[in-house]
Design a protein around this ligand. Sequence first.
Ligand SMILES: C=C(C(=O)O)c1ccccc1
Length: 373
Amino acid sequence: MASLFDPITIGDITLKNRVVMAPLTRNRSPKAVPNTLNVTYYEQRASAGLLITEATAITHQGQGYADVPGLYTPEALEGWHKVTEAVHRAGGKIVVQMWHVGRISHTSLQPNGGQPVAPSAIRAKSKTYLVNGDGTGSFAETSEPRALDLAEIAGIVEDYRKAARAAIDAGFDGIEIHAANGYLIDQFLRSGSNKRTDAYGGSIENRARFLFEVVDAITKEIGAGRVGIRISPVTPSNDAFDPEPQALFTYVVEKLARYPLAYLHIVEGATGGARDHQQGDRPFDYAGLRAAYAAAGGKSAWMANNGYDRELAVRTVESGEADLVAFGKPFIANPDLVRRLKDGAMLNAPDQATFYGGGAKGYTDYPLLDQVA
Ligand SMILES: C=C(C(=O)O)c1ccccc1
């Protein structure tokens, strides 16, 4: 029977435990360049079995929020190299979450002030984070997107391939494809945001085409053993919706079974919200999803996420329902979360007011267990 605190090898990556830091957007990388504060933040949390970085834009077009990092300038890659070196020096493992926001963006963040791109010209009922002239942050409505021309899609697939290569060259142990939470890949998957009538719209197979072109390109470039993927079957984040999530994501995982990936990362329920959130006419069957994946020959590690506490995480790994558990907010407030979970110690409460934007406060200043009187 496996324990949350046992080592595990996922694809080409060996982890010292199964406690994962989930991707957490913190908006603390001005000009999309990781800085010394970011180095400290990730280094502090290196006792995790695996760190998944905050969502990181593969190109300027893929950028949707102010002060999130990128993977597309020499300065950003140099900044990430400092992060990976520090995490490895501290004995950690780290992958970067590769992100294209699609329609979840704002003209002020887009190249030449242009419209964000999407599978279809359907505006999301969502907001994005901007930084005002005086440096203060605020949330603004996302802009009206334009539909991608068929001829543009191959270029974005190539952007993913180039970014994956750049990530490995920057010292990451691997990458996570961000296919969740209503961003570009998820916008193609979900029928609520994809009304295309060409080979990328309509049937489930067509709506998943873009995802698998990205998976093909990245796994050919860096090897499947260094590739994870995050999906969120029923999240309503960023106005994501599909009335038949079980059919859609069963198709997705059955096709992913063909790739010997490092892991599949599943957001259960509404991201950061109710674990039992439902889309469509019946509750989502996560065990059934994994069974379909295994029946299709899938052998990659299964990473569960969203609202896990110590008890549920320990039970879920011991039962074999998942191989790893990813924690978000608990890692914001507890750099030494692994030790706290192992010891059953109290957890610092995260300060919501400092989740997004700002500096060290609420980012690198949470006390370790040893520092708490
Ligand atoms: C990248 C995000 C995601 O995956 O939901 C995100 C972006 C902004 C705020 C919170 C989360």
